[in-house]
Design a binder for this molecule. Sequence first.
Ligand code: SAM
Length: 288
Amino acid sequence: MNHRITPLSPGLYLVSTPIGTARDITLRALDTLASADLLVAEDTRSLKKLLSIHGVPLGDRPVWAYHDHSGAGVRQKIMAEIAAGRSVAYASEAGTPMVSDPGFDLVRAAVQDGAPVTGAPGPTAAIAALVLSGLPTDRFLFLGFLPPKSQARRRALAEIADVPASLVIYESPKRVQGLLADLAAELGPDRDAALCRELTKHFEEILRAPLGALGDALDGRSIKGECVMVIGPPVARDMSDDALRALVVEALQTGSVRDAAALVAERHGVPRKAAYRMALELEKDKDT
Ligand code: SAM
């Protein structure tokens, strides 16, 4: 038995659940699910299955459904439970609630009511993909799901093409090829990328290549399972002054002009001289 049943103080507990392998649940998540007075889930069947895999008894505790379409009625009932002194655990279908999953309105309502909100953090596909991609992790932008239609998706990508950060995008397997074509068109075919598929599951696969080559490699292949696309920051020769400045400003938080220039040059392939010049300029601006 991995869980402990302990009284929980009243409040909303956000519980992260596995994104594939059931054993990725944390011990504290199990404790919270074993101890909360009321369990609320995006998908009550998935949560009950998880409890049963880990031998967490439900007893006579209720499991309520709550998702983005549940509406204010259910939310108010949940808030009333907390106000009456009960602990409520909320889990989305997989991973971390509110990361491209429901839960935001629930947390906002709890915050507005002054109810305690805490969590048992754990898996999320965005971070799992980012760290396995082999791409820079010092700055990243999570974009969730982009619009499914190409025109709107390209507009969304054009807006962030220059952001000096790795990008993390969720996508349905049916649309991965279309997404790759738009990424290559808007960000350039040379930007490094990784397609992370079925993470923590039997058919886990990570394909790392520049956008253009990745598109070619996947052309005509039928893609299955859950997918996250990670794209590296703009390559040095395409980097705008603003993008370079943002990277150097951040590096200067923790290092000297020389260290900051070296770090940015090494991580982002920027010529060392350009990074050094930018770092010097920023230091001078600070003094004036
Ligand atoms: N809340 C979840 C989280 O914390 O990652 C995300 C839920 S969202 C509805 C589902 C999307 O997450 C999938 O379409 C896929 O892009 C990504 N995803 C979830 N599990 C994954 C996995 N095991 N491998 C790759 N991507 C995954």
